[in-house]
Design a protein around this ligand. Structure first.
Ligand SMILES: Nc1ncnc2c1ncn2[C@@H]1O[C@H](COP(=O)(O)OP(=O)(O)OP(=O)(O)O)[C@@H](O)[C@H]1O
Ligand SMILES: [Mg+2]
Length: 313
């Protein structure tokens, strides 16, 4: 008996994705944490604070996925992709997911630092394979995360790294060049290290649109704070924070990224959870509580960053 027709496209896509993972795992082993596919992620542009310019520019490129023929009407071909660049934790991954979500595209997340760490210069074969399958989806967003890892600097001494990286980039560039015009495939690469990006990746006709994703200004920080606060309160289904005084909170938060703001909020809530767990009256998170967490976080920030960004590994 033939398989019953899939009830909805999401279900069908889920099955395709499972098949894809099975095939790739057979050949390359488990890729959990290195490569993820999501049928339409649920992150939206509204969940991203600050970044007005980056959001507006990136959102424009949804047309390359949803209505590429519009470019033809203007006598041009759609761009292949963009490079998001900016400090760690500023929302580059969120932006890529939001673009996939608003374009109703399948999201292929390639964590290149992990992939190249495992496969070294042969990561190109795997990339090739994934890209070949990805372009068969009706709409595909390929996210090349940590694109600086293509330099292989983390694996090999400089001369060998240069040579092996050039081969790897050549494979990738060939694939990018091979993506057909109007094919509803869009590539987003991200990096916090523009110095380690191979110029041929951003050559004309490849990822030749560059979008800066800077650290948030105070207004952006407040937006990010409120978004994260709302998220926690939604998850807890109750109020967690007292009335907050942003005039005292924002100055000591100067220079903090969105990821760091999220971390400070998490720590403040964690402190409360520990108190409540010990049977104490914890109360709502106050401005004073947050100032203390910010101060504590600042003191250990250097260590946290070194661990998080692998400089101790
Ligand atoms: N602009 C923002 N708006 C809301 N939340 C943010 C923003 N920037 C960062 N965050 C928070 O920080 C987390 C990490 O952000 P994200 O992974 O997008 O950063 P990134 O720029 O990709 O960092 P990295 O360079 O380390 O990969 C997000 O899950 C989110 O909670
Ligand atoms: Mg990221």
């Amino acid at each position: 008996m033939a398989d019953p027709k899939p009830a909805n496209p999401e279900w069908a896509a889920q099955r395709r994705l499972e098949d894809l993972f099975a095939k790739i795992a057979e050949k390359y082993g488990d890729l959990t944490g290195r490569f993820e596919v999501k049928y339409r992620p649920d992150t939206t542009f509204d969940q991203i604070g600050g970044l007005k310019a980056a959001k507006a520019t990136l959102r424009g490129f949804a047309t390359a996925l949803t209505a590429p023929e519009v470019y033809r009407q203007w006598g041009i071909t759609p761009p292949k992709g963009v490079l998001l660049y900016g400090p760690p934790g500023t929302g580059k991954s969120l932006l890529a997911r939001a673009l996939a979500s608003v374009s109703e595209a399948t999201f292929y997340h390639l964590k290149l630092l992990n992939l190249t760490s495992k496969f070294g210069p042969t990561a190109g074969d795997l990339l090739q394979e994934i890209l070949a399958i990805a372009v068969q989806e009706p709409r595909t967003l390929i996210f090349l995360d940590e694109a600086d890892a293509l330099s292989l600097e983390h694996l090999l001494p400089p001369p060998q790294a240069r040579e092996a990286s050039a081969r790897l980039i050549a494979v990738l560039a060939e694939k990018l060049d091979g993506i057909e015009d109007f094919s509803r495939v869009f590539v987003v690469a991200a990096t916090s290290r523009t110095d380690a990006i191979d110029p041929s990746l951003v050559a004309p006709g490849r990822l030749d649109r560059l979008i800066e994703v800077p650290l948030p200004d105070p207004q952006g920080q407040q937006e990010i704070f409120l978004l994260n606060k709302a998220q926690a309160e939604k998850a807890a289904a109750r109020r967690l924070f007292a009335e907050l005084d942003f005039r005292s909170l924002l100055p000591p938060m100067g220079g903090m990224s969105g990821a760091e703001i999220q971390e400070v909020i998490r720590r403040a809530l964690e402190t409360k959870a520990h108190r409540a767990g010990a049977g104490e009256q914890a109360g709502l998170v106050s401005t004073q509580d947050l100032l203390q967490e910010i101060d504590g976080y600042r003191r250990i920030k250097e260590v946290v960053e070194k661990i998080r960004y692998g400089q101790y590994l």
